[in-house]
Structures are given as C-alpha cells and as structure tokens.
Design a protein around this ligand. Structure first.
Ligand SMILES: [Zn+2]
Length: 322
C-alpha cells in the first residue's frame, strides 16, 4: 500500500475536470471530502481560452481556501505523463499543450495533469468501490478506463496506457472507430453505439415503444434506449444486452491480462444499472479464461458520479505530488 495522507493532514487540493463541453471544479481535503464545488463553466473552444479559464478557477478557489497545497487536472484526451502535456483530444482544441508547466508557473503550486479517466479511476479507488487490483471502465459517449495495480495507478511508459475503448474485439466487423481502426470496442459498446442499435431497432418496429418514446425512429439516443428498457420494452433491453455482451468481451481480455479482482463501470450508460451489468457479466464469464479455476472478478457499478474526474484529479495531486 502506498503512503496515504495521515490523519490530521489538513491540506486541501483544487481539482478540475476539462471535458469536451465544460470544465468542472472544486476543492477536496486529503480524505477526498468535498469542501467546495463550483458550477461547471463552458469549456472555451481555443487553447488560450482553456488555459485562462482553468487559471481563473484555480485562483478563485485558492483565494477562498488558503489551505490549498496542490492542483490536479483531469483532461479528456492523450496526456503525456509525467509532464502533464495534453497531446490531443477528440473534442478540444489542444495541440501539445504543456498545461502542467503553465499552471505551475502561474500558481506556484505542485500541479498534476492526467487523463480524465485515470483521475476518475483514482476517485473510485479512494472513495468508492475499491480494490488493490482494479479497473475503472467508463461507458459514456465513448469508452475509456483507468487501471490500479498493487494500489498504484498504472499509466504505462508515457501515460497513455489503458485506452480500453481501443481494445480490438471485432476486426472483421463493419464499425470504424473514431481512431480509424475497425474492430475497437468503443464503436460497439459506447453510448453512441447504443443510440445506433436503438435507431435500427426502432426502424424495424416503427410503432414500437422505442420509436414512440423517442418521437420517431431517427431520434433514438442511448438515453432513450435506457428509458425504454427501464419501462420494460424487450427491444430496448435487447440493445443493452448487445452492448453488455461486447463490454463483457473487453473486460474478459482485461482480466485475462492483469488478473484484476474488481471492475467498476461508470459513465452515463452505466446508469442503466443491472440492465447493462447483467449482460456484461454474462459476456465476461463466457470469455474469461479458466473461469472454473480462478477467483471470480466482481463487476460493479461506480459509486461516484460525474464528479469523479475533478475529485480524483485533486486527490492524485495530493497523493502523488512532490
Ligand atoms: Zn479505436
């Protein structure tokens, strides 16, 4: 077990989560208790604007909380570790943005910048469903994840390990991933995939519950599928089963490789609960190797919600900061 903040540790940490459309932020103590959260602000579309917005949030929060000892940022995209340089992101204008260095220069505080899924994984490890060997899988618009091995966040050589959405599960399929490859898990197991599955199901049954709830077969989203499934619609449930099947295959690979004991599922699509988790477990059990001869891995829902990103980033900055 790595050293943890000791009882009586009074340090505070500012955390931020830079997403594709908004920036969430707040302050936690060394135990991860939320001291303050601010309403999310829209994320500027240009790089200079993002740096400015982040700096302003840090200075505001720090002014109100003089015990602030560190700053942690979780950001969508590929983040070079340990430099905290954001190489690129699908929905933001970053191009090789040295955010950690810039924030350190303006605030003078130890700063950590990491991938948002790594940050959310750390929040879950510290505050939610936790194990020494665990994975966090986020199923939202895309699919991402973080990995804890022997109580440490595993980042790989340069910080871009655990790109779980790009696990190859179906190379002879027809769906091209946003990364350009055919066969990745993401286009088969994301919220976007659920919307696509639901649209096809609604088109096949234009008077069915899915099409009716969405206001037309072409208007089905992942959220509509989940709502219809909750209401008991068999066609909608079948789409979540399809998604869970693929997710379970991806998780089987993860467990085969790393012998982890716990997989926590978060992200918007995970709000479907057991409607998603039951087929995910079934897919996992079918494909994990030597199922009869190993300790079963638990697949459970995340305890932390959308705040996991900034809370985890703030905690990482205290736990790993120099
Ligand atoms: Zn991919």
């Amino acid at each position: 077990m790595r050293p943890r903040p000791h009882a009586g540790d009074r340090r505070l940490s500012v955390g931020l989560d830079i997403g594709g459309t908004k920036i969430a932020a707040g302050v936690v103590d060394a135990e991860g208790r939320v001291v303050e959260r601010v309403p999310p602000v829209p994320c500027p579309s240009d790089q200079a604007g993002i740096v400015k917005a982040v700096s302003v949030l840090v200075e505001e929060l720090r002014a109100r909380h003089p015990g602030t000892a560190a700053v942690g940022v979780g950001a969508a995209g590929l983040v070079h570790w340990p430099e905290g340089r954001i190489r690129t992101a699908p929905n933001n204008a970053y191009r090789d943005l040295p955010l950690r260095r810039l924030l350190q220069e303006t605030t003078g505080l130890p700063t950590l910048v990491d991938n948002d899924a790594n940050a959310a994984c750390w929040a879950e490890y510290r505050k939610g469903n936790s194990a020494a060997y665990m994975a966090f899988v986020t199923v939202g618009t895309g699919v991402g994840g973080g990995l804890v091995l022997a109580d440490r966040l595993f980042r790989g050589r340069t910080g871009i390990a655990m790109e779980f959405g790009h696990t190859i599960v179906d190379p002879h399929g027809s769906q091209r991933c946003g990364c350009g490859t055919v066969g990745c898990l993401e286009p088969l197991a994301s919220g976007r995939a659920l919307g696509r599955y639901g649209s096809a199901a609604a088109a096949a049954e234009p008077a069915g519950a899915l099409a009716t709830l969405a206001g037309g077969p072409g208007r089905v989203t992942g959220e509509t599928v989940t709502a219809a499934a909750r209401a008991g619609d068999p066609a909608a449930r079948a789409q979540l089963e399809r998604l869970g099947h693929w997710l379970g295959i991806g998780i089987a690979t993860l467990v085969n490789l790393f012998d982890i004991e716990l997989v926590v599922i978060g992200g918007g699509v995970a709000e479907a609960g057991e409607l998603l988790l039951a087929p995910t477990r079934a897919g996992f059990e079918r494909y994990v190797t030597a199922a009869a001869h190993r300790e079963p891995a638990d697949i459970r829902p995340a305890r932390l919600g959308p705040e996991a990103g900034w809370i985890g980033a703030a905690l990482l900055a205290l736990d790993e900061g120099e």
